[in-house]
Design a protein around this ligand. Structure first.
Ligand code: ADP
Ligand code: MG
Length: 261
């Protein structure tokens, strides 16, 4: 059954105590999209992303990637299958160089400790050299090449954000999950990261980003889904979504008007 759908989420539900963070949610994402999930605070956007990434154990529902059921798989296996969630560069990695940070991503693979990845020298030299070459290529792409031997702790907030994206590419993602990658950064850097996302889209990576800045969504994303109370209520282009009465009444009206001037 050929299909352009990369991700198909069906009947996904996540309950935290009495709270249904995700409530019988259906969501479909086509290959090649740079898609956004928007919606009010507490709508369940982060929980949806965490469930897709396997960061939370699946309670109910189905998550399929390229027709393969990945719902309920452990996070490392989902990552190996090509679903990569970006992580903030953790403080613990500050004493590693930028290049070393690239080499330890993605860390959530079993049997792969920081120590092994960085220190153990003998294992698969050729493969390692190849990985270094890849890492340098990605660092170059994100304009971090000249910083490759700096400690991550020396990077600015913006450079850390770029390093997070560069690291995510090391895992060879089919689907990249980004939870508010533009939060709390300057407009200049928002623009720069947006351009990098478009560049990654051109490389064939499908992306799903949670984003509250509707100007960003309008400018960079070609598919928008509005989540309200745990469900994806509307999907379409920003122009289509903006017109939807349910969306306007649920939350968008005022912000969209202001975002478009
Ligand atoms: P969003 O990202 O859209 O702001 P979240 O997915 O973070 O929303 O949260 C959805 C709901 O689930 C909220 O009511 C939130 O308080 C609750 N929630 C999220 N994560 C947890 C958790 N680990 N434990 C308990 N409640 C949670
Ligand atoms: Mg969130």
């Amino acid at each position: 059954m050929p299909s352009d759908d990369l991700l198909t989420v069906t009947g996904l539900t996540q309950q935290f105590g009495g709270v249904k963070a995700v409530d019988n949610c259906d969501y479909v994402l086509q290959k090649g999209r740079l898609a956004a999930v928007i919606g009010p605070n507490g709508a369940g956007k982060s929980t949806l992303v965490n469930l897709i990434a396997g960061a939370l154990p699946l309670q109910q529902g189905s998550v399929r990637l390229d027709g393969v059921e990945i719902g309920g798989w452990p996070a490392y296996k989902i990552a190996q299958h090509g679903v990569i969630r970006t992580f903030q560069v953790a403080r613990g990695f500050d004493k590693l160089t930028v290049l070393e940070n690239m080499m330890v991503a993605p860390l959530d693979q079993p049997g792969e400790s920081l120590f092994n990845a960085v220190v153990r020298p003998g294992r698969g030299k050729a493969a390692e050299v190849k990985q270094v070459a890849r890492a340098l290529e990605f660092l170059n792409m994100f304009e971090l090449y000249r910083l490759r031997n700096e400690y991550a702790g020396e990077l600015s907030g913006g450079q850390r954000r770029l390093l997070e994206l560069a690291r995510a590419l090391m895992g060879g993602p089919k689907l990249l999950l980004l939870d508010e990658p533009m939060a709390a950064i300057s407009p200049v850097l928002v623009e720069r990261i947006g351009q990098h996302l478009l560049q990654m889209q051109r490389l064939g990576i499908t992306m799903l980003l949670v984003e509250h800045n509707l100007g960003v969504v309008e400018k960079f994303c070609d598919w928008v889904t509005v989540m309200v109370e745990g469900r994806a209520v509307v999907s379409g282009t920003m122009a289509q979504v903006r017109e939807h009465p349910e969306v306007i009444s649920a939350y968008l009206g005022r912000e969209v008007v202001s975002a478009t001037g």
